[in-house]
Design a protein around this ligand. Structure first.
Ligand SMILES: Cc1cc2nc3c(=O)[nH]c(=O)nc-3n(C[C@H](O)[C@H](O)[C@H](O)COP(=O)(O)OP(=O)(O)OC[C@H]3O[C@@H](n4cnc5c(N)ncnc54)[C@H](O)[C@@H]3O)c2cc1C
Length: 541
């Protein structure tokens, strides 16, 4: 029986755990908080699949839309696998108990989403993620009952147990015992989501901070396409975070406009015709940015009954956080950091460049190219979890002795815990968020990106001397260097792509360049960051 260590228990981690356990593996599933608190539960609008070809839709069209939406740098083989598996994935999720909404014929409900030729986003109201997580948690509990899945909470990734290009397990930190331990395994699967916390307030969860990607990068794992950061066009500002107004609102007919001389200008429709409001997210966010004024989303004309039936969570969210009744008033919206197309570089089987180390879900970069289509990431989270599980073999690799390393790391932690300095950790994290927000916005240029790198180098210089904040989780302290390293890698990747494509818009290079229709790979060696371009075929072998 193989032993699989899965770090992260959102939709991708849960799917992988269930798939490994169903193949007889022993799974250790690790996360600081329960799955019900993972970012996956925030997923609103739905999951893409071609279940119905009656209106002319097809899997081939889903593939074409995904490749086009990704601005021609996602790998065709990978996207083909994803879209072909999609119908079975939705049926599997339903068989586990995901309660999808129904249309008038009793079929699973579907709605239009941006960049799609046909409506193929299957939904459960605007709480699709919550429904899917609930079903997966139930299934995982069955395997917990059988002793095949072992759950660990209050536990964070600390680092990989990596030697000579092979991964033997991971160092895990327990917030309960405040110690690091070595957990060995035949395979380690990273499923830790995106990099939202780098930016502070986004639509996503601050649990997703990219630390695992940053730490593994320094341990020899290549990262890919980090410069492609999706700004969702429609969010509302609240004190705590930016709250997503799901694309479902525009999928149901919502219209974007701004006001000029007392009149409404439906700028997306003026620019792109009747389907303008549902252009891909990179296009809509860029147009809002260029409008340079407050933009509104109007759904009032849908009528109260339809709003409460089709997008009830959006109605409740606006009422709760902004005291705004969307059946009567338009919603003032702003673009917000939302999703990360880049992440850990993986091949078609979700293997990283380190043997026995896999990455799945949003932390891996594979299907979305330069811009993800809404509804494709829930699909990719489930699909990648299954693909990795299928590839994991019972390797029975002999284990090196990790005891000296673990003692050394625990000693380091104690030493840092007892040091004092004038740099509180949350202050440095705040400065990091200011830097990335001001340099990695919707539009970038060489000078600001370089300033960002200078800032991050300064923060890295003081990161070793921070004042450990005892009122916060210890994780926030020790993870700082990893997330700063990741931020630097993102800035360097963005600086290296001298063109505009998808979610990467350069003021100084406004055109797309055919010669750059490739992925950016960034590697780390002894403090040195190196970028190169790679054709997708390098990862499709
Ligand atoms: C508001 C919102 C709405 C969305 N709506 C949709 C939608 O309608 N359709 C769609 O396709 N996509 C949507 N997305 C995107 C989609 O939800 C995510 O891409 C997907 O759920 C990611 O799943 P995941 O399993 O990769 O990661 P997550 O669900 O983010 O799970 C990550 C897990 O890793 C754990 N973790 C993180 N760091 C560590 C660490 N250092 N150590 C241990 N554990 C760690 C976390 O606690 C968590 O358990 C939406 C995203 C947001 C923010």
């Amino acid at each position: 029986m193989s032993k699989v260590l899965i770090i992260g228990s959102g939709i991708s981690g849960l799917t992988c755990a269930i798939s490994c356990a169903s193949r007889g593996a022993h799974v250790i599933l690790v996360s600081p908080f329960p799955s019900e608190r993972a970012q996956s539960v925030l997923a609103a609008g739905g999951i893409n699949a071609v279940l119905n070809t009656g209106d002319g839709d097809s899997i081939e069209q889903h593939i074409r839309d995904t490749l086009k939406g990704g601005c021609d740098i996602a790998g065709e083989k990978a996207v083909r696998g994803l879209c072909t598996a999609a119908p079975d994935i939705v049926r599997w999720l339903e068989s586990l108990g995901t309660v999808f909404s129904r249309d008038k014929d009793g079929e699973i409900g579907r709605r239009a989403f941006g960049g799609q030729s046909y409506p193929r986003t299957h939904y459960a109201g605007t709480a699709t993620g919550k429904q899917i997580v609930t079903a997966l948690v139930m299934e995982a509990r069955r395997y917990e009952g059988l002793g095949l899945i072992e759950r660990r909470f209050w536990t964070d990734f600390y680092g990989g147990l990596i030697k000579d290009g092979t991964c033997y397990g991971a160092m895990l930190y327990s917030e309960a015992t405040r110690t690091i331990e070595a957990v060995t395994a035949d395979a380690v699967v990273i499923a830790t989501g995106g990099q939202n916390a780098l930016f502070g307030k986004t639509t996503g969860s601050t649990q997703c901070d990219g630390y695992t990607a940053g730490k593994l990068f320094t341990q020899g794992v290549d990262l890919k396409n980090l410069e492609f950061i999706q700004y969702h066009p429609t969010a509302i500002e609240t004190d705590q975070k930016k709250m997503l107004i799901s694309e479902a609102a525009r999928g149901e007919g919502g219209r974007l406009y701004y006001e000029e001389d007392g009149k409404r200008v439906y700028f997306m429709e003026d620019l792109y015709g009747p389907g303008g409001n549902l252009m891909p997210r990179d296009v809509v966010s860029r147009c809002i940015h260029e409008a340079g004024r407050q933009v509104y989303l109007d759904v009032t004309f849908l009528g109260r009954e339809k709003i409460l039936d089709r997008i009830p969570e959006i109605y409740e969210l606006c009422l709760k956080y902004r005291n705004l009744d969307i059946t009567r008033e338009p919603i003032p919206v702003v673009p917000s950091v939302h999703f990360f197309m880049g992440g850990i570089a993986v091949d078609l089987h979700h293997r990283t460049c380190i043997r026995n180390l896999y990455a799945i879900g949003e932390c891996a970069s594979m299907y979305h190219g330069a811009n993800r289509l809404g509804g494709n990431s829930l699909l990719a989270a489930v699909y990648s979890g299954k693909v990795a599980a299928y590839d994991i073999k019972d390797t029975k690799t002999g284990q090196p002795d990790w005891s000296d390393l673990i003692k050394e790391e625990n000693d380091k932690l104690i030493q840092k815990r007892n040091s004092s300095s004038r740099f509180p950790v949350m202050y440095v994290r705040g400065m990091l968020a200011d830097t990335v927000n001001s340099t990695l916005g919707i539009v970038r240029d060489k000078a600001t990106l370089e300033n960002g790198i200078t800032d991050i180098d300064y923060y890295l210089g003081i990161a070793g001397k921070i004042n450990y904040d005892r009122s916060e989780l210890e994780y926030y302290n020790y993870s700082l260097e990893g997330i700063l390293t990741l931020a630097k890698a993102v800035l360097i990747s963005a600086g290296s792509r001298c063109e505009s494509r998808g979610a990467h818009l350069r003021r100084d290079f406004p055109e797309r360049s055919d010669s750059l229709s490739k992925a950016t790979i960034i590697s780390y060696d002894n403090g040195k960051f190196t970028t190169r371009l790679s054709g997708e075929d390098e990862y499709e072998g």
